[in-house]
Structure formats: C-alpha cells, structure tokens
Design a binder for this molecule. Structure first.
Ligand SMILES: [Zn+2]
Length: 296
C-alpha cells in the first residue's frame, strides 16, 4: 500500500571569491607632493549605476586616501590625464550571474525547507499508521482465534455469537480508520513526489549556472585594473556588485595610481583580493601610504 519514493538531491557547489587584477606597471610611482588627478572616461550604463552615483563612488574612494594623508593626494580634474572607465564585459555579466545564482539558491533553500517539513510530517503520519496497524492486527488475530475456537465446537452459543458479531463490526470500523491513516501517509508522499521534480530541476539549473560562473571566474576574473601604457594612464573597472565593493575596487586602483603596491592583510584595501567588507583603510594600508608618500 505504501509507495516507495526517492529524492536524489544534488549538491550545489560554492561560488569562488573575486580578485583584483595586479597593477601592470609600478614604475613612475608618483610621490604625493602633487595630487594624482582623475576624470571619468568610458562610462557604460549596462552596469546599472548612474554617472552621478559613479562620481560619488569615486570621490568616496579618493576621500579615504585624502583623509588618511591629511591632504589631497587624489582629486577630480576635468582635464586629468588619467581616466577611470567602466567597461562592461564578461566579468560584469558573471557578477550579475552570481547574484542570480544567489537568488535561485535562496528559492531552492525555501522549497527544500518545505520539502523537509513534509518529510517530518511523513514520519509522524507513518508512526501513527504503524502503531495503529500493529494494534489492529493483534485484535484481528484474537478475533480469528475466538472464531476458530467456537467453530471447532460446532458453532458459538447465542451470547458468544452476538459478541463475535459486535467485535467484527468494530474491526470493520477500525479497518476504515487504518485506511484513513494510510491515505494520509500516501497524500504526503504524493505531495513530496510532486515537489521532487521541481526541486531537482531547480538544482540542475543552478548547477549549470554555477558551472558557467566558475568557468568564467577561473579565467582572468579581475574586477579592476590600473594600467600605464602607450595609450595613457587609466583605471578600468570591469566588475562590481554593490556600493561598498565598488568603492573598495576604486580605492584599490587609485592606490596603485598613487604608487602603492599590494599588502598582506586580507582586510586591507591594498590586499590582492577584494574580500574585506568595509571602506576603511587597515594598518597595512596606512603603512603603505606613509612609506610611499613619505608622511610622518
Ligand atoms: Zn592591485
């Protein structure tokens, strides 16, 4: 009566962290005597940020160096040689895919939680069915033993016969109750089986996207880059997901423009990977600033 079912849930792989591109040239480190000037170059609206918001982010990024230095070391200038560019490419599409994956994983987790709650209802309903079934079987076998006893003696006397008939009616009612419990079990199993396909389809879709994400993430996945070459001096931002992260990338690349190298503190703005979560300079950043800018 109880159907078997399986639910082959698929594990979902994690998402890797994002990195900065290394500065390509560290020659010509400017001292901080005259400020590094920047202006906005290419601006691609597909990032979903307005020009004013981008300007704000840049001035916030510049401000953390200026405040720490106690003077203006990096400033906006309409005629600056160095440009800061938003360049929409595979990196940004990958980052947006990462957000889609996060949302779908949340949807999957919610659906899975509902499924798990059904699984726990199922085990309760099964326990109820099984304990009632065990008691019922015991009563049936007692009844059958009584019937056999009287049959061997050529039939039950009227009082016993009436009693056996009452027992049989009671057993018929209990059989219906038992069938009702079985139906509850089967209803929950049907609900679970109805959700398994959806869950697995969602998990497969997420896994396909995670594969795409990971294949892109493993190839040249740089959020920003500071470049000095024959085409000029420029910062190119190719990927960001939200306000603080963008400001951290901008501050990092402005730091390269100021001549700062990478430092070994994971929370630092000048760490190789953008893994910190706040727009604040760490001690390692400040040490780099003091050394390169020759501050006291
Ligand atoms: Zn860097």
């Amino acid at each position: 009566m109880l159907t078997r079912f399986t639910w082959p849930l698929i594990l979902i792989a994690g998402v890797t962290s994002l990195g900065y591109g290394a500065a390509q040239l560290d020659l010509f480190a400017p001292s901080c005597d005259s400020p590094v000037e920047y202006r906005i170059g290419e601006f691609d609206t597909r990032f979903g940020i307005s020009r004013a918001e981008f300007e704000d982010a840049l001035s916030d990024a510049a401000a953390i160096w200026n405040e720490a230095a106690g003077k203006e070391v990096v400033v906006f200038a309409a005629d600056a040689e160095m440009t800061v560019n938003l360049e929409y490419g595979v990196e940004q599409r990958t980052s947006q895919l990462g957000e889609v994956i996060d949302e779908e994983q949340a949807a999957y987790d919610a659906a899975k939680a509902e499924f798990d709650s059904l699984a726990s209802q199922l085990s309760g309903a099964k326990r109820q069915y099984e304990s009632y079934a065990a008691a019922f079987e015991k009563r049936v076998s007692d009844y059958e033993a009584d019937v056999a006893y009287w049959n061997e003696r050529g039939g039950a006397p009227p009082a016993e016969y009436a009693e056996l008939q009452r027992t049989q009616r009671a057993l018929n009612e209990q059989q219906e109750t038992l069938n009702g419990y079985a139906a509850q079990v089967n209803t929950i199993i049907d609900q679970m089986n109805g959700q398994v396909d959806g869950l697995n389809t969602l998990a497969e879709a997420i896994n396909v996207q995670v594969d795409v994400y990971n294949s892109r993430a493993h190839t040249d996945f740089d959020q920003g880059r500071y470049v000095v070459d024959e085409n000029g001096t420029r910062i190119t931002i190719r990927e960001f997901t939200e306000g603080v992260e963008l400001r951290r990338v901008l501050a990092h690349e402005l730091g390269h423009a100021l001549g700062f190298g990478h430092v070994e503190d994971p929370d630092a703005i000048m760490y190789s990977y953008n893994v910190g979560e706040e727009l604040v300079l760490s001690e390692a950043d400040l040490a780099e600033l003091r050394t390169v800018c020759e501050l006291d």
